[in-house]
Design a protein. Sequence first.
Length: 588
Amino acid sequence: MRGWARIPGLLFAGLMLVGATAASAADKAPSPYDERRDSFMFNGKQNMPYQLYGVTIAWHRECMSGKAARCVQLAQAFEKGFGALPADMRVAIAYWMKSCDMGVGSACTRAATIFRDGSATFVNIELAQKMADRGCTTLKDQSSCAALAESMASAPGGTTDPRATALIDTACAAGADDGCRLKANTLFFEKKDAASRAEALPMFDKACAAKRAWGCLGLATAYRDGLGVATDMARGNDYARIGCTQGQGDRLRLCTLYGISLARPGDKAALNKGENFLDASCTAGDGMACNHIGRVGLSQVSGATTTLEEGLYYLRRGCDLNYGPACSYLSVAYGSGINVNTDTAVALALNQKACRLGDDEGCSLAKAALAADSSLRSRIPAIDPAAPVAEQLRLARVAAESGDQAGVNAVVRLMQEGNEDAQWLLGGWLYYGLPGVFDTSRRGDGLILFENAAKVGHVDAAIYMGMAYWYGDGVAEDRARGEKYMAIAAMRGSQMAGAIYRSMKAEPLRVENARRQAALEEAIRTRRDTWTSSWANWKPSWSAPSSTYTPYSGRSVSQIMDESNFNNAISYYSGGTSACSSSNRYCH
């Protein structure tokens, strides 16, 4: 599911794909060769520096002179990306704030949502309330009133301002979709009594008929779990299908439920389609999706395309996303030695985490393991195998580079699970040596790990292998393959890789411009430094949130996924479109 086999033919067709914005047809998307200008705006946390290109320079000038529509246009452009203008929520929020100040009620709502959900990399509940209050009280925007109520519910200490209920009721009565969503979810998922659920169900039904995702999710949950209605799995799955493939708004959990309904033995086409939906939802951050597709891989369901190693990878991601069942199922692999070294102490650590997360199976497995061997807890590795991958790798590097074998063991364990950062790190130790642990006699194994990481989109590894194949350095020269790896890195956002890729494509084979030739040769000479420095400011290829995914929290889609890309992938898998952008991480 994660390798080249699932990368569409469009992958290498081109790099300069333009993000969707509200720009008119007359507004040409800026290119890197247009005029550029440095700028900065206060975004609620700092004076955020950024660059404007081409037509966006004029937009900014008009925005600053009082044209609110241009401020909104820039906010949308920085949310989605627009030509050479990269997507950056830290800049987008600044323009949403400006638009709100200029009297655009919907901008106040959007600003409040971003401040609350942290999609601009920070949370500021005070500013969320301030933006929503302006939109609601001053500008009389009912969506802002709903946002204000939601901010009140997110107040420090977990208390809800008593005014929130009245705001929600008024917003819903006025027809504000978010107000009705909050009201229905409060009745159904918080109050939970029969009368409250009976009041919520018609609201869900009306919203789902209008193709609002939250309404379909409420109905799907009600019928699948028998809450307020008789259990009807087929009907619940159908609401999941409608909400996922046709709904507007946060469709993540709906697409997970739809994927689960499809990913069953017996119908290979449906199973494979379900795998695609689950892969997209797992990538977007739903631990439930990671757990289910991981189980498909680990169980080697007949007709599935997910491999054993991919099953381990998905289960680890689900566990990192704090979905308890994924931790307990990953423990099964360690208890039985399924594609990893058998290690009952690692299995215990995973089951204990699952138990802490409320998974009954994890509690039972941990209890049984300790009953069989009371000393098992003392043999859990010093680098906690149930900790998030990012934490394990940071600790492992420090340990291994100080001569502690426990660090190497932790990286090898994660490498066996298919983690790309572990493959990149261990590959470097094998290729360049690690004093006291590895000499340089296993450089071939190091290159294999580099290439494995590159195949699943690890940017540094893809650049490395692109250069290796271009020059035949350690591998047989294959410039077409070198271009493909460089394209993978470019499409994952590396500007350097994009520049090198364009150079590779633009010039005849083996005949390059002298300046670029020198630059490429210098890159070859410094590749070891590149590998080393890549860890100096390392950020994991993926990381886990601090809490479990909660589908009823009212979080904006921007917190958990890029809405446009996710929606494009779901439409592609549903047959609604024949193309999925080559830069879309949800498509394979």
